[in-house]
Write a protein that binds this ligand. Sequence first.
Ligand code: SF4
Length: 332
Amino acid sequence: MPKPLLDIKNLMTQFTLKKSVLPAVKGISFTVEQGETVCIVGESGCGKSITALSVMGLLPKNASIASGSIDFNGTELTKLSNEEMRKIRGNNISMIFQEPMTALNPVFSVGFQLREVLINHMNISKREAHKRGIQLLKQVEISSPEKRMHQFPHELSGGMRQRVMIAMALACNPDLLIADEPTTALDVTIQAQILELIQDLKEKFNMSVVLITHDMGVVAQVADRVIVMYAGEIIEEGDVESIFNNPQHPYTEGLLQSVPHVDAETVTLEPIPGSLPNLNDKITGCAFHPRCKYVMEKCKKEKPSRFTMIPHHKTTCWLQEVNRDDPKKVIN
Ligand code: SF4
């Protein structure tokens, strides 16, 4: 079997405050294969963005990787210097964010910013970079690309700014694109167009994509595989069909029920009660137990083990060893 493009093992990322250390990502492991789209899903604050920033080497100043490894195509990213990591970013791994204005510089034209990326990473002339910039804008289906090169970010719509960000991310043909909530700030129609664009480009360039989202509708549209995170841990992982048709973890079940279901007359929505624990909350046993409708005594005391009850589908939940309808009955 070919080696995965990205292989994360026991990654722990923490925030260091004046008097305490807060774990944000608690020893997670997962892989991303060549050409695969993996969606990392969970509520805000579950650790999904910090996981992405750990891979990119873009953690905030007070955060750091405490342990674990991030193998990208045979290179151990956690051991690289800032300079080596800068080369990987843009050349091999690119990231797009929810709000393009945080990544685009408002005082420079789109063309200037695209040319800068191309000149820095591809070592080409300004003239070549300009031509390549226009091609990239065409690739992300921006109309009148020559004209857009001279415009400033504030002169473009939200959807168009996100397309420019994607063009910049693709500038050096990355092997891996990480997209953190890329469509959350956009309206539904534009959202669908951007997701379709990411999928098309992924297929065209045989990239791998890690898409971070809280929206199971987005997951359904693009994922090959799904990783569900809760309180800094992976609590369920599987192929998209398996996760949607046969969710095993109560939290995943809750996420799926919190997507609007529309029948002929009504729209139903069942939000998950309660909220995600804070990073400094000390919860024994299963971190989801205060919110779980299936909670058992064991859940409050012991951290759940990882079970693989369905092939390629792993779940961290004690329900896997009992009968859901009769929690006293152990499944053999
Ligand atoms: Fe619920 Fe227990 Fe499973 Fe945690 S381990 S999700 S509390 S049933």
